[in-house]
Design a protein around this ligand. Structure first.
Ligand SMILES: Nc1ncnc2c1ncn2[C@@H]1O[C@H](COP(=O)(O)OP(=O)(O)OP(=O)(O)O)[C@@H](O)[C@H]1O
Length: 232
């Protein structure tokens, strides 16, 4: 479980102070599917960055179980991130001189108990494309390689910042379906940041943000399948 207590984040650039997070109190339970929704500039990426230790808090505490992340050194945080956290970003950052298979293998190599690469490629529908290089793949296929690479090390928590960004509805729903399977079949905690209100219908918990504050936390009594959510 992740527990954030009274977390604040202030960015200072010259004379200007931006209060990107203000008094944030929230918990994310193990195995939960969480969607963070909010307008541009409301603090969603900042929240993800401080939970995952990519950035530091200005005040407050963050715990992962009984471990206080806000007390770890940079090296300790890097080790923690490598072992427990997976990220899916809009930029695919694939290595251009490696095949789809080899890109995913790199992800598996850093895990203690990694997934089988062949199984993962089959799951994301990339069996046929396994020996292709990134420039030979469509945008949707590249995203699926990057998703498979993030998952290969078998992280406890998967963070996704606009995972479906530039994809069409069909490919987006494939990626969302995969996240749903990881959540349901492998009991992974999934945290998704998005502007797409439809994705909130898949969540256990929806966190709404505005101007650096959590304005509402909503629980869905019924979760929808990725295929059935409203789109756009
Ligand atoms: N490195 C930084 N330095 C200064 N200000 C920053 C920095 N990063 C973010 N901010 C500011 O903090 C606030 C929250 O930004 P954040 O990126 O968390 O919003 P967001 O909800 O993720 O937006 P979007 O949906 O557009 O990605 C914004 O006002 C932004 O300008």
């Amino acid at each position: 479980m992740i527990t954030m207590t009274d977390v604040g984040k202030v960015y200072k650039s010259g004379e200007v102070e931006t209060h990107a997070l203000k008094h944030v109190n929230v918990t994310i339970e193990d195995g939960e599917f969480v969607v963070i929704l909010g307008p541009s500039g409301s603090g969603k990426s900042t929240l993800l960055n401080v939970i995952s230790g990519l950035d530091t808090v200005s005040s407050g505490t963050i715990f992962f179980g009984s471990k206080e992340l806000t007390r770890l050194t940079m090296d300790e945080m890097t080790a923690f991130r490598r072992e427990h956290l997976g990220f899916i970003f809009q930029q695919y950052n694939l290595l251009q001189n490696l095949t789809a298979y080899e890109n995913v293998q790199i992800g598996a190599d850093i895990g203690r108990d990694p997934f089988d690469v062949d199984e993962l490629l089959a799951k994301v529908g990339l069996n046929e494309a396994r020996n292709k290089y990134p420039h030979q793949l469509s945008g949707g296929e590249q995203l699926r390689v990057s998703v498979a690479r993030s998952l290969a090390k078998n992280p406890d928590i998967i963070f996704c910042d606009e995972p479906t960004g530039s994809l069409d509805e069909g490919n987006s729903k494939k990626v969302l379906r995969l996240l749903q399977e990881l959540n349901e079949d492998f009991k992974k905690t999934v945290v998704v940041i998005t502007h797409n209100i439809g994705i909130a219908e898949m969540a256990d918990k929806v966190i709404l943000m505005n101007s650096g504050e959590i304005t509402e936390v909503r629980h869905n009594a019924v979760k929808k399948d990725a295929q059935d959510i409203r789109w756009g």
